[in-house]
Write a protein that binds this ligand. Structure first.
Ligand SMILES: Nc1ncnc2c1ncn2[C@@H]1O[C@H](COP(=O)(O)OP(=O)(O)OP(=O)(O)O)[C@@H](O)[C@H]1O
Ligand SMILES: [Mg+2]
Length: 298
């Protein structure tokens, strides 16, 4: 028997097609992770985007709230199409979408969002709610870009940092429950001149450096690989830009996984530059990993 206990998989919905794609992915994630699914719509008064206090025009407000509830029931119906057995609940929460979803992320195993919503700017790659929640959530965030492909590997970006090791663990789990392989990508760049007259980059032996980078990659993957003998892993060492390498790999991937920030994190930076670029340009769904909750919901 499957018991869906612990922290839920939360999906944010706003009535957009992109959010419904997120719902389908979230329903599958809830199933694989044996977690309940929680559908959340954040509701605010549209003219001011302020939280809804007493309504100035009660009849109109009723209509808007009815629409908000419909977003949730439509999402629940979509989740049941994916998995009729899914244990799902839905809520309309008063407040701004970003704040409501960040609050939800405190108790969630995973937050799933569409890359866009109902917002007006046609050429925007990623909506503002998704950008802000991805940067500040307290659990991993999965951003869905269109209908995801069911084949292809899971790809993970590795830089040797603690968070990238968490990302590798997350990626193994995903590859295992999706029954696919894992590609671990580590891209490295030539050392740079740090001050005028710094000649050390000229003295570095690139082949020694490549060996060192391969060691970083192998060590980041090794511990997790033992726990998932069912997942075949390919190491991809790239001499070039990490963001470009990951965006390239995302073309054939069913999921790309990155840490929220990496080795180069500047103090206070919530999303590293690689994660930020891949969030905007990935062709596949993207998981941005922070602290991963354990199965007991802690
Ligand atoms: N009111 C909301 N309640 C819950 N989730 C939301 C809400 N608004 C957006 N989301 C989630 O965020 C995703 C992206 O929407 P977002 O609002 O960021 O993009 P947009 O509407 O295209 O752009 P913007 O709002 O910045 O103009 C949606 O697919 C959905 O998952
Ligand atoms: Mg929006």
């Amino acid at each position: 028997m499957t018991i869906n206990t612990g922290a839920p998989v939360v999906v944010g919905v706003d009535g957009s097609d992109s959010a419904l794609e997120a719902v389908r992915v979230a329903a599958r994630e809830a199933e694989h992770r044996h977690r309940p699914l929680r559908v959340v719509h954040a509701f605010s008064w549209p003219l001011t985007a302020a939280e809804l206090g007493p309504a100035p025009f009660p009849a109109q407000a009723e209509g808007l709230r009815g629409e908000a509830e419909q977003f949730v029931s439509q999402a629940l119906a979509e989740a049941r199409k994916v998995n009729p057995e899914v244990r799902a609940s839905g809520v309309v929460v008063d407040g701004s979408a970003t704040l409501v979803l960040l609050d939800e992320s405190r108790d969630a195993a995973l937050v799933v969002l569409g890359h866009r919503g109902l917002g007006g700017f046609a050429d925007l790659l990623i909506g503002s709610v998704t950008v802000q929640v991805s940067a500040r959530a307290e659990c991993p965030v999965l951003v869905v870009h269109g209908e995801p492909r069911a084949d292809g590997p899971v790809v993970v970006g590795v830089d040797g940092s603690e968070l990238s090791t968490e990302a590798v663990g997350f990626a193994f789990e995903e590859a295992s429950h999706r029954g696919t392989s894992l590609v671990a990508v580590h891209a490295w760049l030539n050392p740079v001149v740090l001050f005028p007259g710094d000649v050390s980059p000229l003295m570095v032996d690139l082949s020694t450096l490549a060996e060192e980078e391969e060691r970083v990659l192998a060590e980041s993957v090794a511990g997790h690989a033992e726990r998932y003998p069912d997942v075949s892993v390919r190491h991809e060492l790239v001499h070039g830009s990490p963001a470009q390498a990951l965006v390239e790999q995302s073309r054939d991937a069913q999921l790309v996984v990155v840490g929220a920030h990496g080795r180069g994190a500047l103090g206070g930076l919530l999303l590293g530059s690689v994660s930020h670029t891949v969030l905007h340009h990935a062709h596949s769904p993207l998981a941005i990993v922070r602290h991963v909750r354990t199965a007991d919901g802690s």
